[in-house]
Ligand binder design. Sequence first.
Ligand code: NI
Length: 171
Amino acid sequence: MALMKILTYPDAFLKKTAKPVTVFDDALKTLVQDMAETMYEEPGIGLAATQVGEDKRLFVMDVFYNNEDPESKKTPVAVINPEIIETSGESSIEEGCLSVPEFRAEVKRSAELVLRFQDMEQEIHELRAEGLMAICIQHENDHLNGKLFIDHLPPLKRRMVQNKLKKQATK
Ligand code: NI
């Protein structure tokens, strides 16, 4: 296993719409393992393939693991070719992103959703999610469509944040 480099704003790759996964081979397994390891190392609760420069509709998540609790168990989920097929309600929490370091903001999201996705064995699952998991799924799914959480901010605020991040990036 290996840690991967996470792309940060304004890297153009983060704007890419990722391609569906069609080959479920050992290389994909390795990629999923490396992404999970990288997610725990950072730490983050989700990581999309786009963020590590892989053009694939795939993300890993674990909203339950607490790295400050030695009893906490890692339960990474690999979500391949995700599709949000139902949403309801409204919710917002302060979000952050490994690709947007040192910035957090509240983003309006759906409170509940149903996610259809494939696992490593190509089996199709439907998962009903709410709370933090629903937020995480929407955030990671956005990455696969070239969208960052700051893209949800009102235009003026978004512009301010983008300028600040661009300045930071050139330092
Ligand atoms: Ni993110």
